[in-house]
Design a binder for this molecule. Structure first.
Ligand SMILES: C[S@@+](CC[C@H](N)C(=O)[O-])C[C@H]1O[C@@H](n2cnc3c(N)ncnc32)[C@H](O)[C@@H]1O
Length: 307
């Protein structure tokens, strides 16, 4: 415990304290068969965040908490491992595993240093877990290490714009003003909160992901699915710490969260085969060392594109 970085120690105590509050939502989420995302519960069928087929694939959830995402993936046939920093959150997950007769390993530990060998997994996911509460400069390279070439990392965290517009008072909606500078943000500590969060600008995420060996496939900005005809009427409000009915609209920060999707194709090992070729139409070929760094991913057919 004393060897843990300060933010991991603090977040462990913070999440152990909050675990009881998360038990009821966990029960609802475990009971659900179809995944939904973000505070507005946008269905997976709209966002297509998960790979089309995870059956037989090795999956790790980084900061699994109550592990309902792990449960959704296990039900789809994945071989799942969940790791979480809070023993109390894991206790809820274990109780629900027993209730639903769904067994997969749950590890109590820090997602910045996972006790698995290199290239152990095909898919890594984090939903407001390590991606929000662990140091990105530690957990992103760790996720890259854990993934096999061609594996995929998906994470869902708060929208950076929302973080810039979020008042410090808990329970107060994001405003239509930028309340803090957009540059130089990384570690965020809200007054009165014991926890430590990490939020990066889009540019900082992209640089970190690329230097860790990932190619960025998609960045999905999740928004309220209810059309905001008049943004002051009936808009759902995003507040720090969760969703808060339909009081005031969230005007300036119309996305609550953002989902990043990354391929773990290492720049040195390339996509597949000894030389890359564009699988779509441009017919370009290049030696592995010269392959394009940014791979786009078409979630429908799963094809990579270079042009
Ligand atoms: C908001 S919960 C999200 C987890 C899950 N999606 C859920 O809702 O139950 C955040 C979780 O991240 C975990 N966490 C925070 N820092 C972590 C770290 N360094 N390594 C692993 N898990 C961590 C916390 O213990 C907590 O369970």
């Amino acid at each position: 415990m004393t060897d843990l970085p300060d933010h991991v120690r603090r977040n462990r105590a913070f999440w152990d304290d909050r675990a009881t509050e998360y038990a009821a939502p966990a029960e609802e989420n475990w009971a659900r068969d179809t995944p939904t995302w973000g505070i507005w519960g946008v269905p997976e069928s709209d966002l297509k965040i998960l790979p089309a087929d995870v059956a037989g694939r090795d999956v790790i959830e980084l900061g699994c908490g109550t592990a309902y995402i792990s449960a959704w993936l296990a039900r789809r046939g994945a071989r799942v491992v969940g790791i979480d920093n809070s023993e109390e959150q894991i206790a809820t997950a274990r109780r629900l595993q027993m209730q639903y007769h769904l067994d997969f390993p749950l590890l109590h530990g820090n997602a910045e240093a996972v006790p698995y060998a290199d290239s152990s997994f095909d898919f890594a996911i984090s939903e407001y877990g390590a991606c929000l509460w662990a140091d990105p400069r530690r957990w992103v390279p760790e996720a890259a290490r854990l993934l096999r070439p061609g594996g995929q990392l998906v994470f869902l965290t708060n929208s950076f714009l929302m973080i810039l517009c979020m008042p410090v008072e808990d329970g107060v909606a994001a405003s239509d003003r930028l309340l803090r500078p957009a540059f130089g943000i990384s570690r965020v500590e809200w007054p009165g909160d014991a926890g430590v969060e990490f939020h990066l600008s889009h540019g900082d995420w992209i640089r970190l992901l690329r230097t860790s060996g990932f190619g960025l496939e998609d960045l999905i900005e999740v928004r309220d699915p209810i059309p905001l005809r008049d943004p002051r009427v009936g808009a759902t409000v995003a507040v720090r710490g969760g969703m808060e009915g339909t009081q005031e609209p969230m005007i300036a920060a119309p996305t609550c969260c953002q989902a990043f999707s990354m391929s773990a194709a290492r720049l040195t090992s390339g996509w597949s085969g000894s030389a890359g070729s564009c699988p779509t139409s441009c017919e370009r070929r290049w030696p592995p060392a010269a392959q394009p760094r940014v791979a786009r991913y078409s979630s429908g057919g799963g094809s990579e594109q270079c042009c």
